[in-house]
Write a new protein. Sequence first.
Length: 344
Amino acid sequence: MLVLGIESSCDETGIALYDSAAGLLSHALYSQVAMHAEYGGVVPELASRDHIRRVVPLLRETLIKAGRKLDDVDAVAYTRGPGLAGALLVGCAFAEALAVALDKPTIPVHHLEGHLLSPLLSSDPPTFPFVALLVSGGHTQLMRVEGVGRYEMLGETLDDAAGEAFDKSGKLLGLPYPGGALLSKLAEQGRPEVYMLPRPMLHSGDLNFSFSGLKTAVLMLVREQGETLTAEFKANAARAFQEAMVEVLLKKSLKALKQNGLKRLVVAGGVGANKQLRSTLNSEAKRKGFRVHYPELDFCTDNGAMIALAGCLRLQSGTPAKEAGQFAIQPRWPLMEMSDQRTA
Ligand code: KG4
Ligand code: ZN
C-alpha cells in the first residue's frame, strides 16, 4: 500500500511517499522560516499563501525521487490539525481534490500523532509500549503509548510549551525567530552554572510542566544587565536556560518511566533535536539501563514523512480511510480524542 503524506499545519510544507512494505520511499520539505523571521514569528496569512506555492513542486519532486506516478498512490494522508486554520486548509483542500481526481480515499491525520510515531521511521525503531516525551513548539506532553491510537496522557505543560520557551528566551537574548536551535548553539559557547535559573515544577509530585516562569527568569536576568548584553552574558544565560529545561525534561521523563514500569523512552518534536537534551538522556539511559529513541534529525521538526507514516499505520490498525471530497480541518484538536484509551 502506497500512502502519500501532506503536512501544512504551520510553516513547513512537507510531502512524502510511504510504502507499507518498503518503508519511506521519498520526501521533500520546504521551510518558510526565513520568510517569517523578518516578522519575528509566523504570519498565518503568509504561511497559507506559501503552502499554495510549494505544494505542487514538492509533490513532483517526491514522485520523481521515488520513481513513482500519482496513479500508484493508494491513499492520501494529510494533517487535519492541530495548527493554523488557513495553512491546514491548503493541505486539506489539495489532498481532498487530488484524491477525488485519483478516485482514492483520504486519511486525515493528527499532527501530534505524526510526531509521536516519527521514531518508527528510524533504522532502530522502538517497540510498543513506550513512554513518549513530545516536545514541540506548541506542545509538551508525556504519554504512555501502547500502540497506534492507544495513548494515555501522563502529564503536560500548564502554560508555555518547551519549544515556545526556547523561542521566547532566544528572542529575549536578541536571537531571530525561531530562537530554539540558535539558543542551543549559543549555549554550547556558554560556561555551565554561571547563572542558576529555576526548575519549574520539578518537585510538583506529578508529571506536569510549566515553563513561563523560566522564561520570566531569563527576562529578569536580561534586565539586570542594563542596556547592552555582552556575547559572554548571552552564551552563559543561554546555557543556564538550557540546563534548567533539560533537567526538568530529564527528571520528569525518568519519573514517567519508573511510574509505568517501562524501559523505553521516545523523544519527538522539534526540541528533540536539542543536543544537550539528547546527550543528557543518552548518558542517563546508559547509567540506568533504559533505551531512548529519537526520530532522525530531519524528522524531529515538521515533515510529510511522519504524516504518511501515521496515515499508513492508521489504515493498518483498522481505522477506515475516508471517501475523498469532504473538507475536514481541526485547528484545535486534543490528541486524546484520537485515543481508544482516554485518561486525563
Ligand atoms: O515540532 P516542531 O517543528 O513544530 C511544532 O509542531 O510545534 O517544533 C518546533 C520547535 C520550535 O519551538 C523550535 O525552536 C524548536 O522546536 N527547536 C529546538 C531545536 N530545534 C528546533 N529547540 C531546542 N533546541 C533545538 N536544537
Ligand atoms: Zn510539529
